[in-house]
Design a protein around this ligand. Structure first.
Ligand code: GLN
Length: 556
C-alpha cells in the first residue's frame, strides 16, 4: 500500500480560485500573492488543471499557449512561467496536476489492488488522492506555503473534484492554516459607466454553495474598486471591505505584486495565517518603474521582430515576449515587438527586407514542422547579410545552421530532416534526429527535455555574454546539428570568398550535441538549441536576450 500522506502541521495553504469569466489572469494573481511572501519563506505553487491530457506537451500552442519546460523535463502550463518568474523557485513537474494524471493514478492503484474489495468512487477516492498530492508536495518540499491554483472557473464541471478536495483540506488543517482567495470580475458596462458588483456576488455565492468562503476577493477591474463598492461586495460576501482587493488593469504584469502590496494583502495574510513577512520588492519596483517610464518617455525605442508561424496567438511565445521585457527594463529602454509571419515571407506576400524594415533586432523562436520554414531561412539570410542583431532559439538555431550551410558553405541541398516528406527529400541533412529519436513512436514527453549543462568555448561571444564557461539551460527538441557536418560547416566558404565563420561555441557536456552557435563578422548573431526564455526573470534577465538588446541599443 502506498504511503498515506497527512498534514505535516507546518505548511500554510492558500487556495486560489477564479469566477465569472476565464482569462482574468489567475496564474498572475496567484504568483503575485506568492511574490509578496517568497523573499522570506518557501512558497511552492501547485496548479490543478481539469483537462485529461497528461500534460500540455502534446497540445498545439495556438490552443493552449506556450508549453513551459521545467528543469526536470516537465512540460507544463504557461502559469509555471509566472510562478518561476515571480517566486524565484525551480518548479517540478509533480507540482502540475491534471485530471489526466489523477485518473491515471487512480486506475493504476485500482489495478494494483489498493482498493481491493471496495467500489472506487469520485468521492472519497479521487478527492482523497488529490488531497494526498497536496500533502505530499507540502511535505517533500518542506513548504512554508503551498499556493494552490485551481484552473478554470467555479461552476465548471471538470474542476469540481479539485474544489471539493481543497474544501476538505481546509477542514482537515483548520482555519489558521488555510484560506481561499477568489479572483472575479468587476465590469464597468458601457452606457452604465459604473462599477458593478453583481457578477462577483454571484460567483462568491457559487463558491459558498460548495462550502467555501473566500476571505480575499480580488476584483479585476479597469479601475481601482471604489470604497462603496468594496463595502457592498464585503456585505454580500461576508467579508470586511478591506479584504476586497482591486485587481486593477496594469500595463505590465510585474506591477501586480506592487498593487496587492499597496492594497494590503500581506497584512491580511499575516492576520489570517499568521505569516507576516514584509515583502521585499525594492529592486522589483525599480525595474517596474523603468518599464513604466520607458513606455511613456522612452530613453530609446527599439523594435524587435519575432518571426514565426504561430502568430495567431501571441501566448505561443509568451516567455520570449517576457524575456524582451526583462532585458529592456535593465537597459532602460522601450522594446516594441513586431510580429512577422514567416509563411507570408515564404509565399512571397512580403519580402524579408520589407518585413524587417526599420527593426533593430530579430528573433526566430522555436517551432515545429515544415510549414513556414523557408520563410524563416529567408529572414535569417537577411539579418546575417545586413548585420542586424539576431537571436535564434531552438528551431531558430537549426535553421541558422541550414542557412549558413546553404549560402556560405555551398551545401545547396542542406536542410533539416524535419522537412522530409513523401514529396520532399533532404539531400544534405545538416539537422538530423538526436540519437535514438527516430525510433520513438509516442509523442508525449519523448523529446530531449529539461535542463542540461552547456560547456562554453573559451574566448567566444557566448562566454562574454554569459560571463561563464558552464551554464545550465532548458531544452525541448527532437533534432540536432548533425555531428557529421560540424567540421564542414565550421570551415565556412570553401572558396574563401566569404570570410564569415560559424562557430559552435556551446556544447553538451559529455555528448556531441551542439548547443550554441555564433557568427564572426557580425555585430550579434547568436543562436542556441535551448530556450533561454524559460529562465529569464525581471530580476535576472536571460543573458542572450540582454546581449541582443544591448547590441541593438549600440547600433540604433
Ligand atoms: N522542431 C525542432 C526539434 O524538434 C525544434 C524544436 C523547438 O524549436 N522547440 O528539434
Amino acid at each position: 500500500m502506498a504511503q498515506q500522506y497527512q498534514y505535516n502541521g507546518k505548511t500554510k495553504f492558500i487556495i486560489v480560485t477564479g469566477g465569472v469569466i476565464s482569462g482574468l489572469g489567475k496564474g498572475v494573481a496567484a504568483a503575485s500573492i506568492g511574490a509578496l511572501l517568497s523573499a522570506r519563506m518557501k512558497v511552492v505553487p501547485v496548479k490543478c488543471d481539469g483537462y485529461l491530457n497528461t500534460d500540455p506537451g502534446t497540445m498545439n500552442p495556438t490552443e493552449h499557449g506556450e508549453v513551459f519546460v521545467l528543469d526536470d523535463g516537465g512540460e507544463c502550463d504557461m502559469d509555471f512561467g509566472h510562478y518561476e518568474r515571480f517566486l524565484n523557485v525551480t518548479a517540478k513537474k509533480d507540482w502540475s496536476l491534471t485530471m489526466g494524471r489523477i485518473f491515471k493514478m487512480i486506475l493504476d492503484k485500482e489495478r494494483r489492488g489498493d482498493y481491493l474489495g471496495h467500489t472506487v468512487q469520485f468521492i472519497p477516492h479521487v478527492t482523497d488522492l488529490i488531497k494526498e498530492q497536496f500533502y505530499r508536495i507540502a511535505d517533500q518540499e518542506k513548504a512554508d506555503v503551498l499556493l494552490i491554483e485551481i484552473g478554470g472557473t467555479v461552476g465548471d464541471l471538470e474542476n469540481q473534484f479539485y474544489i471539493e478536495a481543497a474544501r476538505q483540506l481546509s477542514h482537515d488543517v483548520g482555519r489558521t492554516n488555510a484560506m481561499f482567495v477568489h479572483l472575479t470580475y468587476v465590469p464597468i458596462p458601457s452606457g452604465v459607466n459604473e462599477q458593478k458588483s453583481k457578477p462577483t456576488q454571484m460567483s462568491v455565492h457559487d463558491l459558498n454553495r460548495l462550502g467555501i468562503y473566500p476571505e480575499i476577493v480580488i476584483g479585476r477591474c479597469e479601475e481601482y474598486i471604489k470604497p462603496h463598492l468594496k463595502e457592498k461586495i464585503g456585505l454580500f460576501c461576508n467579508l470586511p471591505a478591506d479584504h476586497v482587493i482591486s485587481g486593477v488593469d496594469v500595463q505590465h504584469v510585474y506591477e501586480c505584486p506592487l498593487v496587492y502590496d499597496a492594497e494590503g494583502i500581506p497584512e491580511i495574510l499575516a492576520k489570517r495565517l499568521n505569516i507576516y513577512a514584509p515583502p521585499k520588492l525594492d529592486q522589483w519596483s525599480k525595474l517596474v518603474e523603468s518599464l513604466k517610464r520607458n513606455s511613456v518617455t522612452p530613453r530609446k525605442t527599439l523594435t524587435v521582430a519575432i518571426c514565426g508561424k504561430y502568430m495567431a496567438l501571441e501566448d505561443s511565445y509568451a516567455s520570449v515576449v517576457e524575456s524582451i521585457r526583462h532585458a529592456s527594463a535593465h537597459l532602460d529602454l522601450r522594446a516594441d515587438i513586431r510580429w512577422v509571419d514567416t509563411e507570408k515571407v515564404e509565399n512571397g506576400e512580403i519580402t524579408a527586407a520589407e518585413a524587417l524594415k526599420g527593426v533593430d533586432a530579430v528573433i526566430v523562436p522555436g517551432g515545429f514542422g515544415s510549414r513556414g520554414i523557408e520563410g524563416k531561412v529567408m529572414v535569417i539570410q537577411y539579418v546575417r547579410e545586413n548585420n542586424i542583431p539576431f537571436l535564434g532559439i531552438c528551431y531558430g538555431m537549426q535553421l541558422s545552421v541550414v542557412e549558413f550551410a546553404r549560402h556560405v558553405c555551398g551545401m545547396k541541398g542542406a536542410g533539416t530532416i524535419e522537412m522530409e516528406s513523401s514529396n520532399y527529400h533532404v539531400e544534405t541533412p545538416v539537422i538530423a534526429y538526436l540519437p535514438g529519436q527516430e525510433k520513438i513512436k509516442d509523442m508525449g514527453a519523448t523529446m530531449r527535455l529539461g535542463g542540461h549543462d552547456v560547456l562554453i568555448k573559451e574566448g567566444s561571444k557566448a562566454q562574454e555574454v554569459y560571463g561563464s564557461n558552464q551554464i545550465r539551460e532548458r531544452f525541448r527538441h527532437r533534432y540536432e546539428v548533425n555531428p557529421q557536418f560540424v567540421q564542414q560547416i565550421e570551415a565556412g566558404d570553401p572558396t574563401g570568398a566569404n570570410q564569415q565563420k560559424l562557430v559552435f561555441s556551446g556544447k553538451a557536456s559529455g555528448e556531441d550535441i551542439m548547443q550554441i552557435m555564433e557568427l564572426t563578422d557580425h555585430p550579434y548573431f547568436m543562436a542556441c538549441q535551448f530556450h533561454p526564455e524559460l529562465k529569464s526573470s525581471l530580476i535576472h534577465p536571460a543573458p542572450l536576450f540582454l546581449g541582443l538588446l544591448k547590441a541593438a541599443d549600440e547600433r540604433a
